[in-house]
Ligand binder design. Sequence first.
Ligand code: SF4
Length: 164
Amino acid sequence: MESRITGVMVYYYFVCKRKLWYFCHGLNMEGEHENVLLGKILDERSYQRDDKHINIDNIINIDFIREHRELHEVKKSRAIEEAGIWQVKYYLYYLKERGVNDLKARIDYPLLKQTLAVELANKDEEELEIVLNDILEIRNREIPPRFETVKMCKNCAYHDLCLI
Ligand code: SF4
């Protein structure tokens, strides 16, 4: 079982808590899914010229533009924008906790040619502490949260599993 809280876990928390549970318990089907493949291709091809991909403690896996002290997360659509925003806020929070302050962050949507600035407010930090505790609680459950159809089900890699 994944012991640390990664950015993907925060993302899934806001997308679907059942999906989060699957992921925490090693049921990682994302690798085969077309949408995820597209995401990976975007990750590799977008912004190649000025980005440096960094991985911190296997928690944060993100592009960093040194010149602007700016983190960049790439998403293909704004469909679950809130989840992406919280994922990036978590990165800022995680780094701040480790003494890295004054970073800026953006979510880039290359397919839409749009970008969104993300900041970490004091109240976000309080909210994140609740979210992180909640993630640990969900991860430690013996069985996944109940299946409830959500907007993202039709594009979810776990869809077949949920319908068994
Ligand atoms: S199919 Fe729907 S309920 Fe099941 S994990 Fe995916 S998003 Fe969650």
